[in-house]
Design a protein around this ligand. Structure first.
Ligand SMILES: [Zn+2]
Length: 216
């Protein structure tokens, strides 16, 4: 937003720092604190002071930082949430969907959370596939998986080129495949799944390429 814009000036501040308030058109605005170069970003925001967050059931404190931490459910306009609460919810759902899909595909596994491989995504998981023996021996096969925008990305490590196992689904919506290299974990075979049932199917195809795995 341009600082020169007359409507960007706050006429009636509502926070003690004066960075949030109503402009002369009656729109509520919030300005970020100046960065090193003195630049600020301005946002039109909703007046969420009378509301409670749909997720945590708490309201908003009367500071610019608190009031900027807001978003609303696109399918339920007027139902406000903290941005941070929505992210926490998405993070939990994503991890649960990964865990449930691995179980549904029949894997025994250990899972470690790793940073998202794409900006704005929820954290990813690094999965070690365990064999079904009494010692739960590490198979050395790995799966690195998480959200990439609207699809699940599965990076299947240890089985080489899996293209023959995915022959019949290559026309499926959202499907992509590629052989790539991870600096730490080495080569992997990449597939994209649009829905969690596709993710379970694709995990099962990988599973069938791992020697020594016995169906549960
Ligand atoms: Zn909240």
């Amino acid at each position: 937003m341009n600082d020169e814009n007359a409507f960007s000036h706050i006429k009636t501040p509502i926070t003690p720092d004066g960075r949030t308030g109503f402009n002369e058109r009656g729109n509520l605005m919030a300005w970020t604190a100046p960065d090193e170069s003195g630049a600020q970003s301005g946002y039109y925001i909703a007046d969420v002071r009378p509301y409670k967050c749909y997720i945590c059931d708490r309201g908003w404190g009367n500071t610019t930082e608190e009031l900027l931490n807001q978003t609303q459910d696109a399918s339920h306009p007027g139902q406000y949430m903290h941005k941070t609460c929505l992210y926490g919810h998405q993070k939990l759902v994503s991890r649960n969907q990964i865990t449930d899909s691995l179980i549904a595909a029949g894997f025994l596994f250990d899972m470690t959370e790793i940073p998202a491989r794409y900006p704005g995504s929820t954290p990813w998981q690094r999965v070690s596939v365990l064999l079904g023996d009494p010692d739960r021996t590490d198979s050395s096969f790995r799966i690195v998986m998480g959200r990439r925008r609207h699809v699940w990305e599965l990076r299947l490590h240890g089985a080489g080129d899996l293209s023959d196992k995915f022959e019949d689904v290559k026309e499926t919506k959202g499907y992509q495949e590629q052989s790539k290299e991870d600096p730490e974990l080495g080569p992997y075979y990449l597939v994209h799944a649009w829905e969690t049932d596709q993710m379970i199917d694709y995990l099962s195809r990988f599973w069938s390429a791992i020697p020594g795995l016995t169906p549960r």
